[in-house]
Design a protein around this ligand. Structure first.
Ligand code: PMP
Ligand code: GLN
Length: 377
């Protein structure tokens, strides 16, 4: 069999989580909470099942959930997305991203991604027959040089993928970033995929600026979001995609082939849970406490850091500890010191800024235990 993705390695998340289990290490690698979600949300799912919401959902998702999302997006970001025709529930943001890419990218098209980039984007572009064009962020600030982005645009460029809040750095787009992107994509007639799965995890009084509040991007942009991240249920795999009608029409043709529709009881639970806005509006404060606890505990360690402004990931610079590559060091930390993290060179084509990504969506006891280990290094 001729492989379609001959060079695709096993996902770093699968690899490091497996290593953490094998070596009985604290797993601060893959991004998922180690604590329970709200009992109320679990009860809502049981209720949805008991009430017999157990057959296929409509292809785009149950109407009630699409209406709630439409209202939420308009309240938070001012963007208007019609529940019918501009919103689709997806099995996690993962499938939304894949489907959005398949909807617009054709053989020979180029797609610009900004590295470090989440590891889903490049393989999905290749599967669509596209060519990946990488533009590196400026380090150590993890900011985007938009002149470099524009210089990477060619007559074949079709799509630019952006991710704010950014995994793994936590960098968030400013008004300036959005304006630059608007100028480039309107001038060169490009589509945009804006991956915003960490939209509710922003700290220190900062604000997430969404593509959904940019009228100049509306006609050309897909936005992907994740309830798994927002409601501490990554295993439920439920998210959604927003796009203007003509783009959503193409999106749905692929969605119909790939999944047809998404787990129905989960959608009922999400819809009921979304009624109370504190369930997502308090997420930033919740994770800011976790970040602050973790960073206070490791402040006297040899790791250097700038507190992450968003997401549940903290980058730690280990250049004062070892000259090893990030991959080797992450493996040794897991095996010998029993704490697992993610080497970020895998998101940037091998460039190694000697930083590891630690997920702090963990029980406080685990953060304390993990920090004690890092202090010993
Ligand atoms: N995009 C980014 C940047 C992510 O970190 C993740 C991981 N959650 C996803 C997309 C996928 O989200 P989901 O778990 O909802 O599929
Ligand atoms: N988004 C998660 C992370 O960055 C991983 C999700 C996955 O394992 N596919 O850690």
């Amino acid at each position: 069999l001729k492989s379609k993705l001959p060079h695709l390695p096993e996902s770093i998340f699968a690899k490091m989580t497996k290593m953490a289990i094998d070596h009985n290490a604290i797993n601060m690698s893959q991004g998922f909470p180690s604590f329970s979600t709200d009992q109320e949300l679990k009860d809502l799912l049981s209720k949805a099942i008991q009430e017999d919401n157990n057959q296929y959902a409509p292809m785009t998702g149950i109407l009630d959930l699409r209406i709630k999302i439409s209202n939420l997006v308009s309240k938070l970001y001012g963007g208007t997305y019609k529940p019918d025709g501009e919103i689709c529930i997806t099995p996690g943001a993962t499938q939304g991203i894949y489907t959005a890419i398949q909807s617009v990218v054709q053989k020979g098209d180029e797609v610009i991604i900004i590295t470090p980039a989440y590891d889903l984007y490049a393989p999905a572009i290749k599967l669509a027959g596209g060519r990946v064009v990488e533009v590196a962020m400026e380090l150590p600030s993890f900011s985007v040089d938009w002149n470099k982005v524009e210089a990477a645009v060619s007559s074949k460029t079709k799509l630019i993928i952006v991710n704010t809040p950014h995994n793994p750095s936590g960098a968030i787009f400013s008004e300036h970033d959005w304006k630059q992107l608007e100028q480039i994509v309107n001038k060169h007639d490009l589509y945009v995929l804006s991956d915003e799965v960490y939209e509710h995890m922003v700290f220190d009084g900062k604000k997430h600026l969404s593509a959904a509040s940019r009228p100049l991007l509306r006609d050309r942009t897909f936005i992907t979001c994740s309830f798994g991240k927002t409601f501490h249920v990554t295993g439920w795999k439920c998210g959604y995609c927003l796009a203007p009608e003509p783009l959503m029409k193409e999106f749905l043709k692929i969605h119909q082939q790939v999944v047809f529709c998404v787990n129905r009881p989960v959608q009922h639970a999400m819809s009921a849970y979304l009624t109370d806005s504190k369930n997502y509006l308090e997420l930033g404060t919740f994770y800011q406490h976790k970040r602050d606890l973790f960073l206070e505990l490791i402040k006297d360690s040899k790791f250097k850091f700038v507190p992450t402004p968003s997401t549940y990931f903290q980058l730690l610079d280990f250049s004062e500890i070892t000259d090893e590559s990030d991959v080797k060091f992450a493996e040794r930390l897991t095996r010998e010191f029993k704490v697992a993290s993610i080497p970020i060179s895998v998101f940037m084509n091998g460039t190694d800024p000697q930083m590891l990504r630690f997920c702090f969506a963990k029980k406080d006891e685990e953060l304390i235990e993990g920090a004690e280990i890092l202090l010993r290094l």
